[in-house]
Design a protein around this ligand. Structure first.
Ligand SMILES: [Zn+2]
Length: 432
């Protein structure tokens, strides 16, 4: 289903012309309004007039998260605060947060792409949308909220926390769409089971809009089975706008990037060279229509592949194939590149394994040691010790085979690993 049929079904040629027109405009705009970009252009000997269309995108300078931090809080804003109506900030896990500002137009644009995203999952004004993303500086809650209201859904602004209350509200208010992180969806399902709430009988959920952290296909399958809904991936980041930068449609074959507003490209994370269609690399965005804090060629740190062929849903907006993990999530263990998502992929295909795991990396002498702590399901615990050892060996060899390095596996009882109500914590790197 479409929210904005005309924009969502633009043909490749029309889309590229529109992107080119908007790219020229935003280039002039940042040159005129941002001391930061003006200096970058001068350093490169670049004039706004040199950018004639999408084909010149590669000539523009990159922007990095560190640029936002170095110019904290307002240094990259292109308008005065008199035009900014809202501020959001990303959680600063290291040091200061990243602050972004929205003009009235920016909020309108965000609401538009969120409305498109919600309807792309087949949700309509007849749906009751339960928003369990946090409301506040984090963009998840308010992003879904405004988009849901625009579509005409009945929005329940439940926000984060208090799992018992979420389940009570979803039962009593008849929620049909759930929006939260995938790891929280898993937690909700576990909690419901413990409390004797059967999602098939007691809940009316049919759609999940899950994002803000990478998740694997086996994880999707588990959530769909546990909560009896169809789970869709939503992608976004506050630097670009928040959630709603890209959204899976009902075909579930990658998230469509709303590329009339956010122009994507894939670059080699090491060299910054543009990569061709179908090649895996770092996802980079240029915002084409933002006023408050437009960004040129923003390095997201997310690894993906873009596909440009027409989707069966009728959209040509490029699809990002499920994010394999952030460039900086990649671990180097004894010289081998390891993505935590690869491990999740192996684990969640094993039925005796629960949905929670933790990777611990330590250094023993000169060697890195990776231990995967795995929660097993309730049924397994009652099994005989011999079977547990067999299971442990089995998991160990499956992961080692997938990664090409030896790992340790430690089975732990259900509900012993820490649960997160926001983004999941799945890695403890104890190396210096
Ligand atoms: Zn599609």
């Amino acid at each position: 289903m479409y929210w904005n049929r005309k924009a969502e079904t633009l043909k490749p040629g029309e889309l590229r012309r529109l992107q080119g027109k908007r790219l020229k405009k935003v280039t002039k705009y940042v040159y005129r309004n941002s001391g930061f970009y003006k200096k970058k252009f001068r350093d490169l000997g670049l004039k706004p007039g040199d950018i004639r269309g999408v084909e010149d995108l590669g000539r523009l300078p990159f922007t990095r998260k560190s640029d936002l931090r170095d110019n904290y809080p307002y240094g990259l804003f292109c308008t005065g605060l008199e035009s900014i109506v809202r501020v959001h900030a990303s959680s600063g896990t290291t040091g200061k947060p990243t602050v972004v500002g929205y003009t009235g137009n920016d909020i309108e644009l965000w609401t538009e792409v969120m409305a498109r995203s919600i309807m792309a999952t087949g949700s309509t004004r007849k749906d009751v949308l339960h928003v369990a993303y946090g409301y506040g500086l984090f963009t998840g809650g308010l992003g879904l909220h405004y988009g849901g209201e625009r579509v005409g859904c009945t929005v329940i602004p439940a926000s984060g926390g208090n799992t018992a209350r979420h389940l009570l509200l979803m039962q009593d208010l008849g929620s049909t769409v759930l929006a939260c992180t995938p790891s929280y969806a898993v937690y909700l399902a576990e909690y419901a089971e413990k409390e004797g709430i059967d999602p098939r009988e007691d809940l009316r959920l049919r759609v999940g809009v899950f994002g803000a952290e990478p998740w694997s296909e086996p994880m999707r399958k588990r959530i769909e089975d546990a909560l009896d809904l169809k789970a869709y991936d939503i992608y976004g980041l506050s630097e670009i706008v928040g959630p709603g930068v890209a959204q899976e449609c009902e075909e579930q074959c990658g998230a469509h990037i709303w590329s009339d507003h956010f122009l994507p490209e894939i670059v080699d994370p090491e060299t910054g060279e543009q990569l061709g269609e179908g090649e895996e690399g770092e996802l980079v965005f240029t915002t084409l229509t933002k006023d408050g804090i437009p960004l040129l060629r923003y390095r997201t740190g997310d690894r993906t592949i873009l596909e440009y062929d027409k989707c069966s849903c009728g959209r040509y907006h490029p699809r990002m194939i499920k994010v394999r993990g952030r460039v900086d999530d990649m671990l180097i263990i004894r010289g081998v590149n390891v993505f935590p998502s690869q491990i999740e992929h192996v684990l969640l295909r094993i039925p005796e394994v629960g949905s929670h795991y933790l990777l611990v990396v330590e250094r023993e002498g000169p060697l890195d040691v990776l231990t995967v702590k795995v929660e097993v399901t309730e049924d397994v615990i009652s099994d005989r010790v011999r079977d547990l050892m067999k299971l442990e060996e089995n998991i160990k060899s499956s992961i080692s085979q997938a990664l090409g390095i030896k790992v340790d596996v430690e089975l732990v009882e259900p509900f012993t690993l820490e649960r997160s109500k926001g983004k999941a914590v799945r890695l403890k790197d104890l190396r210096e």
